[in-house]
Design a protein around this ligand. Structure first.
Ligand code: PEP
Ligand code: MN
Length: 262
């Protein structure tokens, strides 16, 4: 590891009026952008509750080719409209190196998903754009492999890299993945990059999102990313792990209270 460690001071990624790495950031929104009505409704809820950044997938990396794959360009236009209405910056996943340039013009942060963590041509592409990149940890990747992937992006000249711990595969099946909470503290010592925790994909269970969010704060994370849906039973992806708007509202209060005690 060269670049991730070399810098003396911590990287702070400025997005809108939030400084990731300094302010505790809460990213929230639906797993997928499903319609204008759905995304704008959720965007207004999360803004009202105190989220800083709106998430939503327009390109979905689904396990099955028969599952909903995302709305693509139409989804990006919906996200842009939600940003206009709420003022929240937007983060979305990009899954194809050929889409990186034009997608980067629509969004405030590009997300590299767990399944693409070691897609080196994709990493090099996002390293060339002038937008921050959030790199999720692969579910089967070590901490050093994850940081090496961050180096691929940094090496291309993009200094604005954010890490995201989203759980790893283990023998445990009660939870969707196993949140590696100690990895947060480890990467805070091994690198100068901000680290976000995604308790939604890490646990797959809404009741575990509040305790794991608080554990993230205690472990030194710079923020969380949470999936929220107002009609989880109708969601086209990950409805089972979505928090309802009122549950998210309570979570934000608990998390901000703990952040203030730290
Ligand atoms: C997501 O955040 O939309 C997602 C697909 O998560 P992950 O890549 O961590 O599975
Ligand atoms: Mn999801």
């Amino acid at each position: 590891l060269r670049l991730a460690k070399k810098k003396k001071e911590k990287t702070i990624v400025k997005v809108g009026n939030v400084e990731i790495g300094k302010d505790f950031v809460i990213m929230a929104g639906p797993c997928s952008v499903e319609s204008e009505e759905q995304t704008i409704t959720i965007a207004k809820y999360v803004k009202e509750a105190g989220a800083n950044i709106l998430r939503g997938g327009a390109f979905k990396p689904r396990t099955s080719p028969y599952s909903f794959q995302g709305l693509g360009l139409k989804g990006l236009k919906i996200l842009a409209k939600a940003r206009e209405l709420t003022g929240l910056p937007i983060i979305t996943e990009v899954i194809d190196p050929r889409d990186v340039q034009w997608v980067s013009e629509f969004v405030d942060i590009l997300q590299i998903g767990a399944r693409n963590m070691q897609n080196f041509s994709l990493l090099k592409e996002v390293g060339k754009v002038n937008k921050p990149v959030m790199l999720k940890r692969g579910m089967h990747s070590t901490i050093v492999e994850w940081l090496s992937c961050a180096e691929y992006i940094l090496n291309e000249g993009n200094p604005n890299v954010i890490l995201c711990e989203r759980g790893i595969r283990s023998f445990e099946t009660y939870t969707r993945n196993t949140l590696d909470i100690s990895a947060v503290s480890v990467v805070k010592t091994l690198s100068h990059l901000p680290v976000i925790v995604d308790p939604s994909h890490a646990t797959g269970r809404p009741e575990l999102i509040p305790p794991m969010s608080l554990a993230s704060v205690a472990s030194g994370a710079d923020g969380i990313m949470v999936e929220v849906h107002h009609k989880p039973e109708e969601a086209l992806s990950d409805g089972a792990q979505a928090l309802l708007p009122e549950e998210f509202n309570t979570l934000v209060k608990q998390v901000r209270n703990l952040v203030n005690c730290m």
